[in-house]
Design a protein around this ligand. Sequence first.
Ligand SMILES: Nc1ncnc2c1ncn2[C@@H]1O[C@H](COP(=O)(O)OP(=O)(O)O)[C@@H](O)[C@H]1O
Ligand SMILES: [Mg+2]
Length: 224
Amino acid sequence: MILDALNIYKSFKSGNKTLHILRGVNISVKQGEMIAVMGVSGSGKSTLLHILGLINSPDEGELYMLNEKIDFKNKSNLAKKRNENIGFVFQFYSLISELSVLENVMMPFMIKNSKNNRKRAKELLDIVGFDSSMAEKMIFKLSGGEMQRVALARALMNDPEIIIADEPTANLDKTSSIDIVSSMRNINSSAKKTFIIATHSREIADLCDRILFLNGGIISEENS
Ligand SMILES: Nc1ncnc2c1ncn2[C@@H]1O[C@H](COP(=O)(O)OP(=O)(O)O)[C@@H](O)[C@H]1O
Ligand SMILES: [Mg+2]
């Protein structure tokens, strides 16, 4: 298993109330699977994805990544594991608007290696279906669909095993949505990368191997 989440709990304090968001979540993900996570707004999809992506810690439970138990207390190791193993795609792209397309894609590689790799960045733009003649354009000049392609290329830059996408199509029209998730599907099958995608769209979820439903803090499952 590439990811094994065992009995994950997470709650948040909100004023004098405690919100019990995850109440014993169990998930096993095989390498090369493409999984959708569905659930109403506020059901805890982002909370779960942040734990699986080592951005946040669970209150209770265990997480194994590539058969290794994650020690959420060891922050430097956590950051290392996250940088090595995980690529993120977010709803609002999280690109740097004053930098060019190519600079944004190269950013994770720069941070990791203190040098650039234009060749790899261009190859990735090609793989995600981004017109490479626009590689020098500033981000703020792109459409939403184009931005999300750039974000996907950036997520792949350090060659992570797992790509976590949190409502990547929530701001896109239907055609761009299907396009970007089809790109993910192609990368999933050609490079055997594991994808975990939170979405509200049944159509997007049906492009995945399995659908996990988050409801009442626990997971139920369905083959798509
Ligand atoms: N850091 C936080 N502090 C307080 N409440 C939070 C925090 N993160 C999430 N929540 C709350 O937890 C619930 C689940 O949020 P989230 O995981 O973002 O759900 P989803 O992504 O399914 O919409 C929401 O009610 C949200 O307000
Ligand atoms: Mg969310």
